[in-house]
Design a protein around this ligand. Structure first.
Ligand SMILES: Nc1ncnc2c1ncn2[C@@H]1O[C@H](COP(=O)(O)OP(=O)(O)OP(=O)(O)O)[C@@H](O)[C@H]1O
Ligand SMILES: [Mg+2]
Length: 425
């Protein structure tokens, strides 16, 4: 089974960059999800790998074959790339039985005997557990069963890579959950590389061996789901994954000694942030500045190149939300090196009897397994998740602390993660 390598792949229409200089290695047998908000370039990326869209520039390899290279003028057509597809609208042929639907693509290829086709159809039908419905028509199947026929049809020609573009979005929530778990099993039993597009972060988190998170055509992070969750590269990634959403808290302060940062939060509570790994903030800021300078130099160099087209859809630092009881109309000024953003996952905010910061229970939403709390500190609202069936009275006073080493410290200048650590108040 092949690995897929994208090198400096760009797709633009005029000065709109749908995919912006993407480098990506999809390992053999992995299950990669392309995740990001609507319009970020997921489908375009998938279509370029599959050969349904021609990149503006770059190089794509599938296994040891170069399928696209803009400089060498290579562009292998889609039907020679040995890839399978499953799209959101997977329309089955209504006038054909399940058996005929699965066999259809094989008959068209003309390379199989009747007996071979019969063997393949039965084998893939068994994999997706629809072998008992072979003689039914699509209209006689439930949504989930139809979905499985569509998957079987994709598997039948034995593609080495399977591309799926939001294949479960037509199903109801319960069926979707069931199909997710079946897709995971299918990946395990078929030993193929899966590339799966979704804008549902939960789906991406639960299915993937690796998540490729894209925004505005630019790769934000490519890592295992729990790394994306616990160590997001920047505030955009932190905000995009996780439900309930992460809390952002503005913080102002400076380094006391390497590894320790003294901060004011919410807005005047003194706090100390300690990095989990030794990070010297002064050094980090130097690197951040250097990166910004390098980027500007590159931009100026490109501007001199007459063939270069400047990106119309500009990239910007993510405008993170801060939850407040009353919108006080506060506008964030330009950040300096003293400005930070803390990222606090709801499960990191611990509710306790004493110590920490005093807060008021603003709302409490129990589901049985856990309760999502909105806690009010001054004008600020923070979300916390308490596990177990605990009841909270609205308006009551509690205390909050920050648990463990999972608090994130971001730079407000670049929006990038400086490091994770503990926060003491
Ligand atoms: N033929 C085209 N001409 C111009 N712009 C296009 C064309 N096709 C796509 N785009 C733009 O490229 C961007 C990326 O599109 P793409 O379909 O890859 O988004 P997506 O991430 O799959 O979004 P969604 O989650 O909504 O499916 C979009 O802003 C879209 O409007
Ligand atoms: Mg799409």
């Amino acid at each position: 089974m092949p690995k897929i390598v994208l090198t400096d792949v760009t797709k633009r229409w005029g000065n709109f960059y749908a995919v912006d200089h993407l480098d990506l290695v999809i390992d053999d047998c992995s299950f990669v999800t392309l995740l990001g908000p609507s319009g970020c370039g997921k489908t375009t990326t998938l279509r370029m790998i599959a050969g349904l869209e021609t990149p503006t520039s770059g190089r794509i390899e599938i296994g040891d074959q170069v399928v696209f290279d803009s400089e060498k003028g290579i562009n292998i057509p889609a039907n020679k790339r040995h890839v399978g597809f499953l799209f959101q609208n997977y329309a089955l042929w209504p006038n054909m039985t399940v058996y005929q639907n699965i066999a259809f693509g094989l008959k068209n290829q003309k390379k199989y005997t009747k007996k071979e086709i019969d063997d393949i159809v039965h084998r893939v039908a068994k994999v997706v557990k629809i072998e008992m419905f072979m003689d039914r028509y699509p209209s006689e199947l439930s949504g989930g069963q139809q979905q499985r026929v569509a998957i079987a049809r994709t598997l039948a020609p034995e593609p080495s890579v399977i591309f799926m573009d939001e294949p479960l979005s037509n199903l109801d929530a319960k069926l979707r959950l069931e199909m997710r778990s079946e897709l995971q099993r299918l990946h395990l039993t078929t030993d193929k590389t899966f590339v799966y597009v979704t804008h549902d972060q939960m789906e991406a988190m639960t299915l993937a061996t690796k998540i490729c998170l894209i925004e505005n055509g630019v790769l934000q992070q490519y890592a295992a789901p729990l790394e994306v969750y616990g160590k997001p590269n920047n505030i955009f990634v932190a905000d995009f994954v996780g439900s309930p959403s992460i809390n952002f808290v503005d913080a102002v302060g400076e380094q006391l000694s390497p590894g320790n940062v003294s901060l004011s939060i919410l807005p005047d509570i003194p706090a100390t942030f300690r990095f989990k790994d030794q990070i010297d903030l002064a050094e980090w800021r130097k690197t951040e500045k250097q990166k910004a300078e390098d980027k500007e130099t590159r931009r100026l160099e490109l501007a001199k190149d007459s063939k270069n087209v400047e990106k119309g859809n500009k990239d910007s630092v993510f405008n993170y939300p801060i939850a407040k009881v009353d919108d006080d109309g506060a506008v964030r000024g330009d950040p300096t090196e003293k400005d930070f953003v803390l990222g606090i996952r709801p499960e990191v905010l611990e509710v306790c009897e004493e110590g920490g910061i005093e807060a008021e229970v603003y709302s409490a939403m129990p589901t049985g397994m856990e309760t999502t709390l909105r806690l009010r500190i001054g004008n600020f609202l923070l979300t916390s998740v308490v596990f177990g069936g605990v009841t909270f009275e609205l308006g009551s006073k509690v205390h909050v602390k920050f648990k463990g080493n999972g608090v994130m410290l971001f730079s407000r200048i670049s929006g990038e993660l400086i490091g994770t650590g503990s926060l003491e108040v």
